[in-house]
Design a protein around this ligand. Structure first.
Ligand code: IPD
Ligand code: CA
Ligand code: CA
Length: 271
């Protein structure tokens, strides 16, 4: 049984993600420019990241004024209801800046620190993924109704297609490239989509066997983590840990464990 509150939170997240996705898809200026930079000169924010976060937080706080927020572009408040919204208004900003289609709006609702509802909207794919804790993972798209998501039956690791990402800080990505270089000969191949939220949903959809990345923030993985787990995938960090900035690993059972083991052996979480 899923809690009625969790369903209510899901519906609000779906509405906010749909509206923000439409704003980003339909309102992208032809001359879109960088508004500011963050961790490095290539870690960019556009006016559209900021506008999308404002749309989402205005909508949610209008309906649920006592909830807290953690948003990538600065939304941060404690709240008093026990619910906190973890928001990446535009995951895949560099793709968006260049006009590449892989980007998403990611919204998760946490209840007392546990993610209970998550939505990832990928407007250029025409697909939105969602999950409520204990209720399975689902997608909506060009087809009628909702489609249940299930991760892919695990192949042997040397036939696994695994995605990853690279950090905006040069020293971190140099180390990430070394780890990826050791992994590539042991896998079918690697992918780099440019959106962590989409990568996690692709594990949920069975479009990838696994995914890993160092350096993610909660807003990158909160919704995708729940969606992947509800689709039957395993998601974690270093062995025995939850996903964190150190490491996020996801995969079908049978791929996740050896992938996590190799990442530990290769020291993927530190320089
Ligand atoms: C980034 C994307 C990318 C990942 C980076 C993230 P942003 O998020 O998810 O795929 O490799 O680590 O920071 O900056 O586009 O929201
Ligand atoms: Ca992000
Ligand atoms: Ca972002």
């Amino acid at each position: 049984m899923t809690d009625a509150l969790h369903r209510e939170l899901l519906q609000l997240a779906q509405e906010a993600a749909r509206r923000a996705g439409e704003l980003l898809r339909d309102g992208r200026p032809a001359d879109l420019a960088v508004a500011r930079t963050k961790s490095s000169p290539i870690d960019v924010v556009t006016e559209m990241d900021i506008a999308a976060e404002k749309l989402i937080t205005d909508l949610i706080s209008g309906r649920r004024p006592d909830d807290g927020f953690l948003g990538e572009e600065g939304a941060s408040s404690e709240g008093t209801s026990g619910i906190r919204w973890v928001i990446d208004p535009l995951d895949g900003t560099v793709n968006y800046l260049y006009g590449l289609p892989t980007w998403a709006v990611s919204i998760a609702a946490e209840r007392d620190g546990e993610t209970v509802a998550g939505v990832v909207a990928a407007p250029m794919r025409g697909e939105t993924y969602h999950a409520v804790r204990g209720g399975g993972a689902w997608a909506t798209g060009a087809w009628e109704g909702e489609r249940a998501l299930a991760c892919r039956p695990a192949p042997p690791l040397d036939q696994a297609l695994v995605s990853t990402g690279f950090n905006y800080v040069a020293e971190v990505r140099t180390h990430q490239a070394e780890v990826a270089g050791r992994l590539i000969p042991l896998l079918r191949d690697v992918r780099r989509s440019g959106s962590a939220a989409v990568d996690l949903c692709d594990v949920a959809c069975g479009r990838l066997d696994g995914y890993y990345e160092r350096g993610l923030n909660a807003w990158d993985f909160a919704a995708g983590d729940l969606i992947a787990r509800e689709a039957g995938a395993l998601v974690g960090g270093r062995p025995g840990e939850r996903p964190s900035r150190d490491l996020t690993v996801a995969g079908s059972p049978g791929v996740f464990e050896p992938l996590q083991g190799l990442l530990e052996e290769f020291g993927a979480w530190h320089d």
